[in-house]
Design a protein around this ligand. Structure first.
Ligand SMILES: Cc1cc2nc3c(=O)[nH]c(=O)nc-3n(C[C@H](O)[C@H](O)[C@H](O)COP(=O)(O)O)c2cc1C
Ligand code: SF4
Length: 653
């Protein structure tokens, strides 16, 4: 038992199987798989979380039935998936963790356009895509129960210790549990007993097919956040029926719904939310769960938070998804007294955004996520070199740390007196303090690995040559130029970075009206809008697009919309800004061309598409130096891309 975290590292016995500690890796879809099948990349990803010390490793959602099939999910219902699943079970078990497969069926829940072949409990439109499912017949429902049981039995044969049934997040089992989506007049609908029957039959069939020693977890909401659906009282009612009939080995309560336009973000609370925001829900659900173990989930960032949750009796184990994507060695570091060295998940949800974008997931703080190096000890360079990194934003910091940890002699030059670049300003915006944790983490590693830094001094050709580098990594970020028509430096239009910094440095309320022109569509712009809302009486956000936050991951965008609405920010879509004279801003409607004026503008500020600051690259190359551009200096994108490129540059030196 670890002295610092005695509850976290106490073993737990469930269904006769011993978990070596109280930490599970929660299901996290990756898009690392081959179509319908497990890939070696998935095996390595899950094995890394087991090697990092988790006691349970839950796979990402696996399709439990033919009607759930999609190329991005492994078809657990098909015998041809068995060899891949066996490789997962073997690799995870070899690292001392218990492999668990998550059984999933999406039903009518769709993010994209309408699902044309969707099935569901009732003909109720999906709240995201307007998909109206075909109603499942009694015989089809019985067939689905059989599919879940035979998928579970396949996982048992593959060597899995158990399954987790996904009945949360608005998917098919939840569509049966919820009175909003289940309007059935037959035995599968009606009161809580009827609506829980589908889930109970699935659990019963798995238990009967796989035996008492096979773990069964159930993930469902304690409050799905959908009006009229499942609140705490209804969740307690449903859980009482389930536990009295076929008790699972653990219950994991996860909120939000993929089937609702405004509740999805609740399932992965982000940096704007408190840590472990659902503790009161777990306490409420324990009353209904009787002796069944409660698995806590949701933004359990650090071991001391997990320890407190367990010590207080709010839960019996903790499930971590994003924290173990950010650092697979989270459990091992906590157990070894090195909790301070854990790479912290900052709750940016870029990992989710990558999935939504249709590509393999990654992580803004773990550049090796999804690669064979993930979680592995650093490979030292054969030949130490002198590496000069110009720019101390996230890309530059990651490059400097990555190179120094490989044994290179690294000099980091940053123009600003403090590290972090644009991320350091973002960290000061409302709800964004977690970004500062990522910067502090990299600075601690820079110090430990012997990086020499010179901050507060802009680099030029001469100062870079003075470092006598074998290799130069340019991470000089990007500028935010004024929009067309507002180029006059003596004009009143202000760059949002300068405007935000000025407000942060002088917290006195300004009052009046601020207008923010959004031509960048990044989360930082909307966080800055929140800052404006705390300084001005009125804030108007103007975009030439038909909506804001279109480029943000859907669940990030939901949070943006909710916070801006709560703060009374007015949105004006389809408008271009034309001119600002005597505090009168002229806008032009992008579709009709009609002009309109906003008078009494006290601050007009803009966030524009960033332009790479790469002007040092040419002279350095002309001087014969090996130069690599990374991050926004290469092309302005996400922190995730910047950090990944910084590390890739370090790995290639
Ligand atoms: C990228 C991503 C993929 C996810 N995929 C799944 C999934 O396949 N099945 C599931 O039940 N939950 C999934 N979740 C939700 C997580 O399991 C978890 O409930 C949520 O992220 C909150 O936990 P955390 O704060 O530890 O990340 C996913 C979350 C993220 C961020
Ligand atoms: S991408 Fe962001 S939210 Fe996702 S695991 Fe990494 S730091 Fe956490």
């Amino acid at each position: 038992m670890d002295a610092a975290f005695p509850h976290l590292f106490a073993p737990l016995t469930l269904a006769g199987r011993t978990l070596r500690n109280r930490i599970g890796f929660a299901a996290l879809s990756t898009r690392y798989g081959d179509p319908y099948r497990i890939s070696e990349r998935q095996v390595a990803h899950l094995a890394a979380r087991a090697a990092g010390g988790a006691a349970l490793v839950v796979t990402e959602a696996l399709a439990a039935a033919p009607s759930a099939a999609t190329p991005v999910r492994v078809s657990a219902f098909e015998e041809a998936a068995l060899p891949g699943l066996s490789r997962v079970a073997e690799a995870v078990s070899a690292q001392g963790a218990l492999p668990v497969g998550q059984l999933w069926h999406g039903g009518s829940a769709h993010h994209g356009p309408r699902g044309l072949d969707a099935v569901g409990a009732s003909a109720v439109p999906d709240g995201m895509s307007w998909t109206v499912p075909r109603i499942l017949s009694d015989a089809e429902i019985a067939g689905l129960v059989e599919d879940y049981a035979s998928s579970a039995e396949r996982l048992l044969r593959a060597g899995f210790a158990g399954v987790e049934v996904s009945a949360a997040h608005g998917f098919l089992p939840l569509q049966f549990l919820s009175p909003v989506t289940n309007r059935r007049p037959d035995r599968w609908g009606g009161d809580a007993a009827g609506r829980s029957l589908f889930v109970r039959e699935i659990l019963r069939a798995i238990r009967s097919r796989c035996g008492a020693g096979f773990l069964i977890g159930l993930k469902l909401p304690a409050d799905d956040g959908v009006p009229g659906s499942i609140d705490v009282t209804e969740a307690q009612r449903l859980v009482r029926h389930i536990v009295a009939d076929v008790p699972p080995d653990w219950l994991c309560f996860s909120q939000g719904s993929h089937s609702n336009g405004w509740a999805l973000h609740l399932h992965a609370p982000d940096m704007h939310d408190p840590v472990a925001p659902y503790r009161a829900l777990w306490r409420a659900m324990r009353q209904a769960a009787g002796p069944v173990a409660i698995a806590a989930i949701g933004r359990i960032q650090a071991p001391h938070i997990a320890e407190d949750i367990l010590a207080s009796g709010d839960a019996d184990l903790v499930m971590l998804a994003r924290p173990l994507l950010a650092d697979p060695n989270w459990p091992a570091k906590a157990a070894a007294g090195r909790a301070a060295s854990i790479t912290p998940c900052i709750g940016c949800n870029a990992c989710w955004g990558e999935i939504h974008r249709g590509v393999a997931t990654g992580c803004s703080v773990n550049p090796h996520a999804g690669s064979p190096r993930d979680g592995k000890p650093v490979e030292r360079a054969a030949q130490p070199k002198r590496v000069t990194v110009v720019g101390a934003g996230m890309a530059g910091l990651q490059a400097a740390v990555g190179a120094a940890e490989r044994g290179h002699h690294v000099t980091l030059i940053g123009a600003a007196p403090a590290p972090g670049g644009a991320a350091a300003l973002h960290a000061r915006l409302p709800g964004c303090a977690d970004i500062a944790r990522a910067i502090a983490h990299l600075m601690a590693r820079a110090q430990a690995s012997g990086v020499t830094w010179r901050l507060g001094a802009a680099a030029d050709l001469a100062s870079i040559r003075d470092t006598d580098p074998d290799s130069v990594i340019l991470a000089t970020g990007a500028a935010m130029p004024p929009p067309p028509g507002f180029e006059d430096p003596a004009g009143a239009a202000q760059n949002i970075r300068a405007a935000a910094a000025a407000l942060l440095d002088n917290p006195a309320r300004r009052g009046g009206l601020a207008v923010l022109l959004d031509l960048d569509a990044t989360p930082a712009t909307y966080d800055a809008a929140e800052l404006l809302a705390s300084h001005f009486d009125r804030v108007t956000l103007v975009t030439p697009r038909d909506a804001i936050a279109r480029d943000s991951p859907l669940l990030v965008a939901q949070g943006v919309h909710k916070r801006l609405a709560a703060k009374g920010v007015t949105l004006l879509a389809c408008r271009d800004a034309v001119s600002l004279r005597d505090s009168v801003l002229t806008l032009r409607h992008a579709l009709t061309g009609a002009e309109e004026r906003i008078a009494g503008v006290d601050l007009f500020t803009y966030a524009t598409s960033r332009v790479p600051r790469d002007d040092l690259a040419g002279p350095l190359r002309a001087a014969g130096l090996a130069v690599r551009l990374v991050g926004d200096a290469l092309a302005p994108r996400l922190m995730l891309s910047a950090v990944r490129e910084g590390q890739a540059a370090a790995d290639s030196v």
